[in-house]
Design a binder for this molecule. Sequence first.
Ligand code: GLP
Length: 243
Amino acid sequence: MNIIPVKNYQDMSRKAAEIVSETINTMDKPVLGLATGSTPEGLYQCLINEHKEGNISFRHVTTFNLDEYVGLHGSDPNSYRYYMYDKLFRHIDIELENTYVPNGVAEDLEKECTSYENLIQEHASIDLQILGIGLNGHIGFNEPGTSFTSRTHIVELDEITRQANARFFKSLDDVPTQAITTGIGTIMESKKIILLISGENKAETVARLVNGEISETFPASILNEHSNVTIIADVASLSKLSK
Ligand code: GLP
């Protein structure tokens, strides 16, 4: 894994935006894998700015989000569909029908997982996948213990994940207990991956990712086996890395 150390959150977002913009500007029909959470918000803001300045268009771009909460409709402010609309899509010229997020209120959730996975395969994989990382090493919502060969599936969310995400909800009780996530196998098929990490609270996570063993107990560790992963991390998150 290639690590690009940056000063702070702002620089992480700008560097990531440069890479995403280059992909969009040099490819005919780029397929982007998108993440949610607080980490990529700055990246999305940079992309909006680039678009407003006329440097980038999303008309030819298709996007697949990593995950969605089970039980939240796309109009719910805490759903990831809503997050994407609010923080990126409504500010740019992307065709909304080319933006895919799993449907967390599908009548048949298993079927939704299969069709979402098939849809990604039909697009011949993700060209550039943007990732954040959970404190327990989750990527997407693939919690510790998830098989490295998993495909899009339903997960039971870890307590640590529900607590970390409770800040977006009225109370911990309101945080869904399940989600749909693309699998680790799905993510690993992306041609290129950028992993964004910021903040001191992620320092242990980064240290384990870079220096720890590759194990299903720490899902992101499999990224060590991908041939094209770039970690863009600020100095605070790199503070516990052994030199
Ligand atoms: C969320 C998302 C992940 C995200 C992670 C970290 O639960 N499902 O895709 O990377 O947790 O979130 P944050 O960036 O807010 O720390």
